[in-house]
Design a protein around this ligand. Structure first.
Ligand SMILES: Cc1cc2nc3c(=O)[nH]c(=O)nc-3n(C[C@H](O)[C@H](O)[C@H](O)COP(=O)(O)OP(=O)(O)OC[C@H]3O[C@@H](n4cnc5c(N)ncnc54)[C@H](O)[C@@H]3O)c2cc1C
Length: 407
């Protein structure tokens, strides 16, 4: 059987964008996905301003906007005691002073769009093919086996990429999958349809060790995601409707925003959400997107990381093949791993700092009161969470002085 240069497992944003970028460099890629597209993906359907910026750099922004993505200017946030403030993405975060924005688009649409884009560039994608195992020889991975529409098949490749999401079979087979030691959260996600006061802002409601995020998506759709501790869902997976309705009662502002809408489709449940990968590169294999690790959806930048790591992997693989290093040498692997882990670590640190606040109602109320009094500080924080500004911007004396001086 002939060897394919690159096999990518998973045609989510990470896998499709990597395959498309490699096709642009003339590298042949086989994309394998267990689903048939369009497929649903449990997600808040939000693309942070940082993700929007990356889409622009990849020349994909017009494509996404033309598919009906909705533009969002900021977020309204409410704390457990009802303290509420609205923050906007700060224009100071852009080079030209233009107002940054986020987008929202159902993942069924976004992921199909990115896959179609990759296919137009010449990528071959086999849908309905579930990878079950990796093949190794001489201390490196050199292919995959799985079950597709015509039965069991084997594909051999020079390089294999695991872009198969947060339950990655590639990470598990390489013994790299590590559940998070302490963070055990579950997500319940539903769509609501109708008229809502949410137009160009999302709504984040922080409760007692839980939170709810509403995102207006498209013309009349609202994505409602609730994240709770695992214990609340355990043993009740058969009662998701009751569980969701019960959890929603803790968020009066969200309830009011959904007042004139009706639920569309089933409640979907996923978790525990957080896990890490021991490494994101091993001989012959790279892990990208969620397959390399996932912390918590609060910051809404998972798609942004998927795009970032796809671009990093395209560069790593492209330059390895250009220099006839088809095996991806130790140095190149180590460099990829280092860069991706640095990006993941910085997301995890920010996520952990936010969790430390939102899991303590008194702290969440105090921070909400502070941000309500200092609008520019609230905008600055939203800029950091939206991946427009680096986290250290929050602690830079110059930025803080600037923020306070402007008040
Ligand atoms: C509740 C929740 C809300 C979220 N909200 C947001 C948000 O609003 N904004 C945001 O940016 N991020 C959000 N995220 C994170 C975001 O969904 C992910 O970070 C993003 O989907 C990662 O993209 P990916 O391509 O790495 O993986 P995925 O999108 O998960 O794609 C993986 C693909 O691999 C395929 N696959 C899996 N296993 C196999 C196999 N064995 N064989 C073949 N194919 C396989 C799957 O079918 C899938 O198509 C949220 C996550 C959760 C859990």
């Amino acid at each position: 059987m002939p060897q394919i240069p690159v096999i990518v497992i998973g045609a989510g944003p990470a896998g499709s964008v990597l395959a498309g970028l490699l096709a642009q460099r003339g590298v042949e890629t086989l994309l394998l996905d267990k689903a048939t597209f369009p497929r649903e993906k449990i997600c808040g359907d939000y693309l942070s301003p940082g993700t929007v910026r990356l889409l622009g750099q990849l020349d994909l922004l017009d494509l996404v906007r033309s598919a009906g993505a909705r533009r969002l200017r900021g977020m309204t946030v409410t704390s457990p005691d009802g303290t509420t403030f609205t923050a906007e993405f700060p224009s100071t975060a852009t080079n030209n002073g233009a107002s940054p924005f986020a987008l929202s688009i159902p993942r069924a649409i976004l992921d199909s769009l990115l896959l179609k884009w990759a296919r137009r560039l010449g990528v071959r994608c086999l849908e309905g093919f579930r990878v079950t195992d990796l093949i190794g020889a001489n201390g490196r991975i050199c292919g995959v086996t799985g079950i597709g529409p015509t039965g069991s098949e084997t594909y051999r490749g020079q390089i294999v990429v695991g872009a198969d999401g947060r339950d990655s079979v590639v990470a598990r087979r390489l013994d790299l999958y590590r559940p998070h030691p302490t963070l055990r959260r579950m997500a319940l996600v539903a769509y609501y349809e109708g008229i809502s006061e949410l137009t160009d802002h999302g709504l984040i409601s922080v409760g007692d060790r839980s939170y709810c995020i509403l995102n207006p998506v498209g013309e009349r759709l609202i994505n409602a995601s609730i994240v709770v501790d695992q214990g609340i869902v355990q043993g009740r997976k058969g009662q998701l409707d009751d569980l969701f309705d019960g959890a929603l009662q803790a968020f009066p502002l969200a309830l009011s925003a959904l007042h004139d809408t009706g639920r569309r489709g089933p409640i979907r449940c996923l978790g525990p959400l957080a896990f890490r990968s021991g490494h994101s590169a091993k001989a012959g294999v790279l892990l990208i997107g969620d397959a390399a690790g996932f912390y918590d959806p609060f910051t809404g930048e998972g798609v942004g990381h998927a795009l970032y790591s796809a671009r990093l992997a395209a560069h790593t693989i492209g330059s390895a093949l250009d220099e006839d290093d088809s095996g991806l040498t130790g140095t190149r692997l180590a460099q990829f791993d280092r860069q991706q882990r640095k990006a993941l670590k910085s997301r995890e640190r920010l996520g952990a700092a936010l969790q430390a606040i939102i899991r303590r109602p008194l702290a969440a109320n105090a921070v909400a009161r502070l941000l309500r009094r200092h609008q520019p500080l609230a905008d600055l924080l939203l800029g950091v969470i939206g991946d427009l500004l680096p986290p250290h911007a929050l602690f830079s004396p110059r930025t803080l002085l600037n923020v306070l001086y402007r008040e």
